[in-house]
Ligand binder design. Sequence first.
Ligand code: KMH
Ligand code: ZN
Length: 289
Amino acid sequence: MAGMSTGTLLTVAPTGAETAKSDTPALPVTIDELVSTAKACQAAGAAVIHVHVRDDEARPTLDQGRVRATLDAIREATDLVVQVSSGGAVTDSEADRLAVLDCGPDGASLTCGTVNFGTDVFMNRWEFIERLYLEMRDREIVPEFELFDLGHVTTMRRLLDKHGEPYGGHVHCDLVMGVPGGMPGTTQALVACVAALPEGATFSATGVGRTTVPVMLAALSAGGHLRVGMEDTLTFAPGRPVRDNAELVERAAELARLALRPPLPPEDGRTMLGVKQRRPIPTQTGAQA
Ligand code: KMH
Ligand code: ZN
């Protein structure tokens, strides 16, 4: 089982690809909305942002110009580790999902298997997983292994056994729990996945919908890190819609402090994940080089 960390890495997943802006007006979809969300979430304790991009009609898009502009704007405005989604929407092609790796992210999600997603299918063939993994390494992008089911842990291990360690040398996973079609958001499922992780790996967990809080508590007690955000959770409590992403990060930060594992600042998150320095190094006078 992964060792207990002294701090908690908080990742915010503010938007996702499966929720309509018309149903959830608080969802950040424009570049400006994403930048102000990123700033507020960093102030609340987030170290990493998992980014999905929308077009002018608020539909999910993997358009390279739009993705690059969004990642650059977030990097300019915050210190967050900028992780792009390579999962996209359930409707996205493999070619478009690969192309986001050319947009200069620090990290990228890498889902390790196919999973039913409500009435849809989130397709991830073995050969495509390998391709994403190898192309991330070529581009010095740190993968975050997205695991929706226990079998995805097996696939991640197979990938590591066959191709060696990822860029950055550290394996960090995200257990995505409670998706209708994936593993349940329970302590038992979390413990089973954590027990199957390779030596030295770290993990975050997120529980979608009403599993959000139980999964956070289970993850903290098992030494894990947390992902929260409106990609996964639209209801703060029964009958009370989420106001914004920052309040989800604030709640996670509070729980992390209660667990005596306070939120890690972005710089510590960067070190933990082995992320490449893509920002200009400040000179001694404080000016940007
Ligand atoms: N939109 C989901 C089907 C990822 O970002 O890598 C996939 C997803 C995973 O959100
Ligand atoms: Zn995502």
